[in-house]
Structures are given as structure tokens and as C-alpha cells.
Design a protein around this ligand. Structure first.
Ligand SMILES: NC(=O)c1ccc[n+]([C@@H]2O[C@H](COP(=O)([O-])OP(=O)(O)OC[C@H]3O[C@@H](n4cnc5c(N)ncnc54)[C@H](OP(=O)(O)O)[C@@H]3O)[C@@H](O)[C@H]2O)c1
Length: 276
């Protein structure tokens, strides 16, 4: 018995979208995007691929008329030189998570920053200072979103941490030194994979830091309640969810390809359905 949805809706006119990354098996993007496609009754299909050679993969997608793709680790930076145009944030963040094949042109976007802004929107006026753990693409997107606020950057690898901290005028503290100090900051952000399902270390944020701050934002969204979130709840802090960031960046990517703008309620109902 064929899958009913595919059997009734996929045909020679179906527009194709996908995720490119490696690994991709853990990703929630295919079910979320296909749920949106179904809600809006579009003749689209969203798949996932883990190519070895990104350039060849992009050429292949272009040749067979893909409409667009999401880009994840390890290709977020590598995709940059392959694009013909980039949006205003990509230049600052230096990473792309969404591409659109606009005729002959490949256009690159970063919707993580939209996700971050949406996640922080209710609190942004109350955040004077922040501490970010991590110095990768997600940390960089956060620094762009919180530009001109004071902050601290904590990272495992000193050279990478210092470089990003310097670029955004932040104080650098090494991960090993972090438990020795208790900074007076409003918001703590985990922009590392620590806490994700399958990781051996459950949190790297010192408890003393959590006790002192007001807001805790864990970008990890699987599980939705991480060890860091558990601790933040225990100390009665305002928790900002990685799920909200994930759903908002996905909604923005979908809108890049379709011009439709799913609201957060639609995204949340999809999430509930998928995670139940
Ligand atoms: N909610 C969302 O929509 C969303 C979107 C994007 C990302 N994220 C989350 O953000 C995380 C980071 O993404 P990214 O794109 O910035 O990744 P990335 O570019 O690979 O950077 C990862 C950062 O985490 C640090 N790190 C990795 N493992 C660590 C460990 N065991 N202990 C301490 N530090 C560690 C790395 O430190 P070194 O410099 O020392 O290697 C690096 O600074 C992802 O894993 C994901 O959980 C969430």
C-alpha cells in the first residue's frame, strides 16, 4: 500500500526542497517543512541529503530545478562562495542556513537571526548585558542580534573565542576559568551543542552564573527541556526556548521560498504533533 500523502500529491510538477548537511538523521526540518507544505496545500516535497561534496550537490540541485534548501553543519560557511547574492545579515554572520534558486541565481540567507530575534522579542528591552557560551555560527548570529549590548563570550577553544569576542567588543573568558568568577549579567545563552540528546556532557554553564542572571536562553531544542533549562526553572529564571528559535527560523525559511508567513501558533501546533 503506497504512502497515501505521497501517492495523492507528488507528481511531475512537484517543487523540490531539501536539507543539506551531515549528519542529518536527527533533523526535525523534514517533518516540520512537510507539515507546512501540507497545511498550505502546496505541491512541494521536502527531503534531506548528506552529500560529501557540497559544490557538486548544489550543481545537481540546480540542474534538476530544486526551489531551495536549508543548509546545516558542516556546510553553513562553505556555501557562502557558491552564492550569487547574500542577504544583509549573511555578511555579518558569515553563515547561511537557507538558499533559494532564483532562476539562474543562487541566493543565500541566514534565518537563524530571525529565530533569535523572535525568541528574544518579549525581553529584549530588559536585556542590558549577556553571556554567550560558544563561538560558532549560532553564537555569531546572537552577537549580531545583540550588537551594542555589553557581554561576555565563553568558549572552549581560546583562539576562536577571543577572535569573536574582540570583533563584537565582548570580554573573553575561557571555559575552564568560568566557574571561578560570577559575572553580573542579565542573559545567559548556550550556543553550543552541549545538552543535546546524545551528548555526554549535559551542561557547561556554572550554576553560580545561572543563580545571578535573569534570563536563560538554551539554543538546543532537542530535548526541549535540557539540563540547563531544568536548572534555570529550579532557580526561577525566565527561560527562552530553543524550540521557539527553531520554529521561527524554519517559518522564515519557508517564507523565503513561498512568500507565505506561517505564524508561531501554526509552527507550535506542528511541533506538538511531531514531538507527540
Ligand atoms: N534552535 C535553533 O534553531 C538552533 C539553530 C542553530 C543552532 N542551534 C544550536 O546551537 C548549537 C551550535 O550551533 P553552531 O552552528 O554555532 O555550531 P558550530 O559552528 O559547530 O559551533 C559550536 C560551538 O560549540 C562549542 N562546543 C561544541 N562542543 C562543545 C563541548 N563539548 N564543550 C564546550 N563547547 C563545545 C564549540 O567550541 P570550540 O570552538 O571549542 O569547538 C563552538 O564554539 C547547535 O548544536 C544547536 O544545538 C540551534
Amino acid at each position: 500500500m503506497p504512502n497515501e500523502i505521497l501517492y495523492t500529491s507528488v507528481n511531475a510538477q512537484t517543487k523540490l526542497l531539501c536539507l543539506l548537511g551531515n549528519p542529518i538523521s536527527h533533523s526535525f526540518s523534514p517533518p516540520v517543512m512537510n507539515a507546512l507544505i501540507s497545511i498550505y496545500n502546496l505541491n512541494f516535497c521536502y527531503l534531506a541529503f548528506a552529500p560529501n561534496d557540497l559544490k557538486k550537490a548544489i550543481e545537481g540541485l540546480k540542474e534538476i530545478n530544486f526551489l531551495g534548501a536549508n543548509i546545516t553543519i558542516p556546510f553553513k560557511e562553505k556555501i557562502l562562495p557558491l552564492c550569487d547574492s547574500i542577504n544583509q545579515f549573511v555578511e555579518e554572520i558569515k553563515a547561511i542556513n537557507t538558499i533559494w534558486f532564483d532562476g539562474e541565481k543562487l541566493r543565500g540567507y541566514n534565518t537563524d537571526i530571525d529565530g533569535i530575534r523572535s525568541a528574544l522579542t518579549d525581553y529584549i528591552d530588559q536585556i542590558g548585558s549577556y553571556a554567550v557560551f560558544g563561538a560558532g555560527g549560532a553564537a555569531r548570529a546572537l552577537c549580531v542580534a545583540l550588537k551594542n549590548k555589553n557581554g561576555i563570550l565563553v568558549n572552549r577553544t581560546e583562539a576562536k573565542g577571543k577572535k569573536l569576542a574582540e570583533e563584537f567588543g565582548l570580554e573573553y573568558i575561557s571555559l575552564t576559568d568560568s566557574p571561578k568568577i560570577v559575572p553580573d549579567i542579565d542573559l545567559i545563552v548556550n550556543a553550543t551543542p552541549v545538552g543535546m540528546a546524545g551528548q555526554t556532557v549535559s551542561t557547561i554553564v556554572p550554576t553560580s552564573w545561572i543563580k545571578k542572571c535573569t534570563f536563560v536562553f538554551d539554543m538546543v531544542y532537542n530535548p526541549s527541556v535540557t539540563k540547563l533549562v531544568e536548572q534555570a526553572i529550579e532557580y526561577h529564571k525566565n527561560v527562552i526556548s530553543g524550540v521557539k528559535m527553531f520554529l521561527s527560523q524554519a517559518a522564515k525559511a519557508f517564507s523565503t521560498w513561498t512568500s507565505l508567513e506561517p505564524d508561531l501558533e501554526i509552527m507550535r501546533s506542528i511541533w506538538r504533533e511531531i514531538t507527540n
